[in-house]
Design a protein around this ligand. Structure first.
Ligand code: PLP
Length: 370
């Protein structure tokens, strides 16, 4: 007791000068741990794992190479070629998360506003809160349709950045060309970030439009279709002059060499990614049909996940899944009780979820969720 009092007295004169925005942060969630060995349908990972070509490439790295600060020019040029852009149009970052953070460093000052379409990927709000930004929000409607008129109206106030996940996580909504064109034309004083983390699964991208619109920034990740979530590699693609400004906000070594080597190997083995995408899209359809048959409302999705509404029985069912070691992402708080996002995993994983759903429905609802 005496010792503690003495320490307090000694440390009392120190006060860390923490920014107000950090003290006021509300949405911090510690990352999930202890997921190994469970059925991981909660983070939209590629649960089949990455291409064996990636593991071979990583084994080929030498101790000398790991001891050296990474060099980027040649590897970035090769990755750019695979993605279909020029090296000057590509910026690599430590995961899609970090790629998104750069927009705040570049565009957002204390009090400036950003526009977000919710429910969506929480990192946009997360960074906005850290930056002390004003957060303007519009919402997807009850059918999970994109609120285009509201976005166009909100752009009149000239937010610094507009974030759109396309397809959107967690709703699965995909916005088409006409809507995106209208947004890009209206956003004359706004950076438009099209977060295409799931583009491989939607088969849709506006990447070629970077040449036409200096306000367009396309974000991608290697965490989903390529199966490299542990290595943390994300990308921003934009017109060279726009990207040049973004580079000013980057540290000198944002990406580690293993991530680069892995990304190159993954892209070189495009057949493995394509096979995974085809199988996932097929399974998304069969899994959605299985749930629909049980009376669950499943929203159309263009990603490697589906948003489903299990209504009143949802929370009890999700608890049952948890007890069975099946992880899913409950969205009751963000949307409404009973909503959940379920990633599309392997056939065995999806069969386990469908079986649990059937058992639950038989036990509680006469074979159906209602
Ligand atoms: C829409 C969206 N953008 C970006 C990311 C970030 O992915 P990562 O940081 O793993 O590259 C995710 C991950 O879930 C996402 O859903």
């Amino acid at each position: 007791m005496r010792a503690r009092t003495a320490t307090n007295a000694r440390t009392k004169k120190y006060r860390l000068p923490v920014r107000q925005a950090i003290l006021e942060r509300r949405t911090y969630e510690a990352p999930a741990e202890g997921r190994w060995g469970k059925v991981r349908l909660d983070f939209n990972e590629n649960t089949s794992g990455c291409s064996p070509a990636v593991l071979r490439a990583l084994r080929g790295l030498s101790g000398q190479e790991l001891a050296m600060y990474p060099e980027y020019v040649q590897r970035t040029a090769r990755i750019a070629r695979r993605l279909g852009v020029l090296p000057a149009e590509l910026l690599l970052a430590n995961g899609g998360d970090d790629a998104l953070r750069v927009f705040f460093d570049m565009f957002v000052e204390d009090g400036s506003s950003v526009l977000i379409c919710e429910p969506t990927f929480p990192m946009y709000r997360y960074y906005a809160e850290i930056a002390g930004a004003k957060i303007a929000t519009v919402r997807y409607d009850a059918e999970m349709r994109f609120p285009l008129p509201e976005v166009l109206a909100a752009l009149k106030k000239r937010p610094r950045v507009l974030f759109i996940a396309n397809p959107n996580n967690p709703t699965g909504t995909l916005i088409g060309r006409a809507a995106i064109r209208a947004i890009l034309q209206a956003a004359t004083h706004t950076a438009v970030v099209m977060d295409e983390a799931y583009a491989e699964f939607s088969g849709f991208t506006v990447l070629p439009w970077i040449h036409k619109y200096p306000n367009l920034f396309v974000v991608r990740t290697f965490s989903k279709a390529a199966g490299l979530a542990a290595l943390r590699l994300g990308a921003v693609m934009a017109r060279a002059d726009s990207l040049q400004l973004l580079r000013r906000a980057m540290p000198p070594y944002p990406v580690n060499v293993m991530a680069l080597v892995a990304a190159e190997a993954a892209l070189a083995d495009g057949a493995t990614i394509a096979k995974h995408v085809r199988a996932t899209v097929r399974r998304r359809k069969t899994f959605s049909a299985a749930l629909t048959e049980l009376g669950v409302r499943v929203y159309p999705s263009a990603g490697n996940f589906v948003l489903a509404d299990f209504r009143a029985q949802g929370p009890a069912f999700f608890a049952q899944l948890g007890r069975a070691g099946i992880l899913v992402r409950e969205r009751s708080k963000e949307i409404a009780p009973g909503f959940v996002r379920i990633s599309i995993g392997t056939p065995a994983e999806m069969d386990r979820v469908a079986k649990q759903a059937r058992q639950f429905a038989n036990r509680v609802g006469g074979g159906r969720f209602s």
